[in-house]
Design a protein around this ligand. Structure first.
Ligand SMILES: NC(=O)c1ccc[n+]([C@@H]2O[C@H](COP(=O)([O-])OP(=O)(O)OC[C@H]3O[C@@H](n4cnc5c(N)ncnc54)[C@H](OP(=O)(O)O)[C@@H]3O)[C@@H](O)[C@H]2O)c1
Length: 331
């Protein structure tokens, strides 16, 4: 059935400025790493994109290797985009990335100019787009001069195939170098995409400070630790969960659902309940309490999860007492 976007889609979402740029991002963005591949149900994927957009989520995040198989999330997105969203192109921020293994031979991985330019051309073909809004280098490459990777990103913006560029999984020191190089080239780094959740707080040490100081936005991924920070695993591993799915490609595995994690999840869930939030809402609100965060990049396997997660926006402030309790639980 043809899609008519909800007329009230901009009424409740909040939008945050991405670093010191002109771009506003929704407080929650939707990532297509899992559940949008060729092995997944296309109609469910369609309903998730519609639900997200109907609630003001204007940013969809992809990468060349999302699927499985790699490339298929972009192909599925392209098909759904052409059917449902083509008339909304100017309302959408679509991102993709290159940096992990994508094709055979020496030019399908890491950070060379050859790889990045070819990969983006492939991504644009799969999605049926003329340009992406944000193109990321997906992970640092220890063997390619950083300057070559940054010159490639700058050239991509100049070619009109991306409006902005970003980096992902870069440590604080290498991020600072990349940001400075891009600035000198005349293409400011828009955004950094690091992993960040209650269970993985490495960005708090230095990276968030560097990004804030440099005026670069931050969009954390896996804010729910791939589903661990929800009420999903409280009573075992459900058959329809990511941990039970054996999807590979970095997806959560059963072995990650440990007794230690469950003890922490149960204790965090008690605070979430006292706040009147689902554990997912609580975990997302905890990240959004920091104004240096531009947007939080959620994943989902069902439209209802997206609606639940958006509910976090009703309360993103935490008392000093709550924060102390949380830190105590996490150790
Ligand atoms: N740059 C990078 O290197 C990188 C790496 C990883 C991810 N990312 C990006 O970040 C996005 C999000 O990552 P992620 O999928 O790991 O994020 P996540 O939000 O931590 O986990 C998503 C999973 O949590 C569960 N879930 C979500 N909302 C829920 C809710 N309200 N209630 C109960 N369960 C809920 C679902 O699990 P079930 O499937 O079990 O239902 C869902 O698939 C990716 O799509 C991608 O765009 C980037």
């Amino acid at each position: 059935m043809s899609y008519l976007a909800a007329p009230d889609r901009y009424d409740t979402m909040t939008y945050r400025r991405c670093g010191k740029s002109g771009l506003l991002l929704p407080a929650l963005s939707l990532g297509l790493w899992h559940n949008f591949g060729a092995i997944d149900d296309l109609d469910n994927a369609r309903q998730m994109l519609r639900t997200a957009f109907d609630h003001g989520i204007t940013h969809f995040d992809l990468a060349n290797n999302y699927g499985p198989p790699p490339g298929s999330a972009e192909s599925s997105f392209g098909q759904l985009f052409q059917q449902d969203f083509v008339t909304h192109r100017d309302e959408l921020i679509i991102s993709t990335k290159a940096g992990y293994t994508m094709w055979a031979g020496p030019y399908g991985d890491w950070g060379s100019k050859k790889y990045l330019v070819s990969s983006l051309d492939q991504s644009l073909r799969r999605m049926g787009l003329d340009y992406v809004d944000i193109f990321y280098h997906h992970r640092p490459d220890p063997n390619t001069p950083l300057e070559e990777t940054m010159v490639a990103l700058d050239g991509i913006v100049r070619s009109g195939k991306a409006l902005y560029v970003g980096i992902s999984n870069y440590g604080a020191r290498e991020a600072k170098q990349a940001i400075q190089m891009l600035r000198e080239l005349g293409t400011p780094c828009l955004i950094h995409q690091p992993r960040y959740s209650l269970f993985d707080r490495w960005v708090e040490k230095k990276l968030l400070h560097v990004l804030h100081h440099e005026g670069v936005g931050c969009i954390p991924f896996s804010p729910l630790a791939q589903g661990l920070l929800t009420n999903k695993y409280l009573a075992g591993i459900p058959a329809d969960s990511r941990a039970a799915s054996h999807r590979g490609n970095g997806a959560l595995e059963e072995g990650a659902v440990t007794e230690d994690k469950l003890r922490k999840i149960r204790a965090l869930n008690e605070i979430a309940q006292q706040r009147g939030q689902s554990l997912a809402q609580f975990a997302l609100a905890w990240i959004l309490k920091d104004p240096r965060i531009s947007s939080v990049l959620i994943g989902a396997s069902k439209p209802a999860q997206i609606v639940d997660s958006i509910g976090c926006l009703k309360n993103i402030s935490f008392s000093a007492g709550e924060l102390k309790k949380i830190n105590g639980i996490l150790g």
